[in-house]
Design a protein around this ligand. Structure first.
Ligand code: PBG
Length: 329
């Protein structure tokens, strides 16, 4: 046999050759950009730990909607930073809540027609204690109650759908919320609103910067009794199975880069459309390195997104969405 008949470098020789044989692609239509809506007018408050990400009043958010549509992004994911919080997180399901008002304003624009407007469904930005559900206290001991939380989450989902959300995305990790949300949407005359379930969401240190952005850090304890243990891949598959059985239309895997193996396994087992959330801490750590000149901004950003697509995600929620679309353009 001659010296290698196969020379894999033959197909790497030029940009055109590499483009022809590329297995995984990034495109703006598969990127979703998160927006943090706050009260006021003309407000554009940068998040300290997330350069280029802002709390935006609704008028400022509309400018972002225009920009996102112009870049050909696939969608928006909306979070609320309310002026006031209470024990029951009532701002999450108020008809005039910050996201509900934002949705009405966004959906009234021409630009929003090309974007899928997804509303995050959770209580943590709206509760005074910062937990994702209802907290029952007994002296030192506290419990995040499941079933009473699910009732409020279902009410939140209906309220967001009625305000115009194209998709509702529960991120709380209570048991049974997908079934309850489906039943509530159907009963409210919203049988065609899809549920994007954060099916396997891990209790992660990488949500730290988000909690600054959304002012949603728990005031006591942590989220480990409801979000998943990062060590468990099989349990993640059980969470997904359960959500599919309850009526989830799409899955969202989260975080992304520290859990690429979980995304891969889910892709192999399940046929639902699946997204992955490149969360705040993933964005912040890359930016910290960009600021020091330790990593090349554009290349590292695109490589991080490509890794998530290669693992099997159809779409990616990312704070890099606009930058990536520009780089790809
Ligand atoms: C709400 C929610 C969180 C994120 C998305 N939805 C925070 C959390 O669970 O503490 C995190 C997103 C990010 O870090 O970018 N429950």
């Amino acid at each position: 046999m001659e010296f290698p008949a196969t020379r894999l470098r033959r197909l790497r020789s030029t940009p055109a050759m590499r483009s022809l044989v590329r297995e995984t692609h990034l495109h703006p239509g598969a990127l979703v950009y998160p927006l943090f809506l706050c009260e006021g007018e003309g407000v554009r408050r940068e998040i300290g730990s997330m350069p280029g990400v802002f709390n935006l009043s609704i008028d400022e958010a509309l400018k972002e909607v225009e920009a996102c549509a112009g870049l050909g992004l696939g969608g928006l994911l909306l979070f609320g930073v309310p002026a006031a919080k209470d024990e029951a997180g009532s701002g999450a399901y108020a008809a005039d809540g910050i996201v509900q008002r934002g949705l009405r304003a966004i959906k009234a624009t021409k630009a929003s027609e090309s974007l899928v407007t997804i509303a995050d469904v959770c209580l943590c930005e709206y509760t005074s204690h910062g937990h994702c559900g209802v907290v029952a206290r007994d002296g030192e001991h506290y419990e995040v109650e499941n079933d009473s939380s699910v009732a409020l989450l279902a009410q939140t989902a209906v309220s967001l759908a009625e305000a115009g959300a194209d998709v509702v995305a529960p991120s709380d990790m209570m048991d049974g919320r997908v079934a309850a949300i489906r039943a509530a949407l159907d009963a409210a005359g919203k049988p065609n609103t899809p549920i994007l379930s954060y099916a396997s969401k891990f209790a992660s240190a990488f949500y730290g910067p988000f909690r600054e952005a959304a002012d949603s850090a728990p005031q006591f304890g942590d989220r480990r009794t409801y979000q998943m243990d990062g060590a468990n891949l099989r349990e993640a598959m059980r969470e997904i199975e359960q959500d599919i059985a309850e009526g989830a239309d799409m899955l969202l895997m989260k975080p992304a880069m520290p859990y690429l193996d979980v995304i891969r396994e889910a892709r192999q087992r399940f046929d639902l459309p699946m997204g992955a959330y490149q969360v705040s801490g993933e964005y912040s750590m890359l930016h910290a390195a960009f600021q020091r000149g330790w990593l090349e901004h554009e290349r590292a950003m695109l490589e991080s997104l490509l890794s998530i697509r290669r693992a099997g995600a159809d779409f990616i929620v990312t704070y890099f969405a606009k930058d990536a679309a520009k780089a790809l353009g």
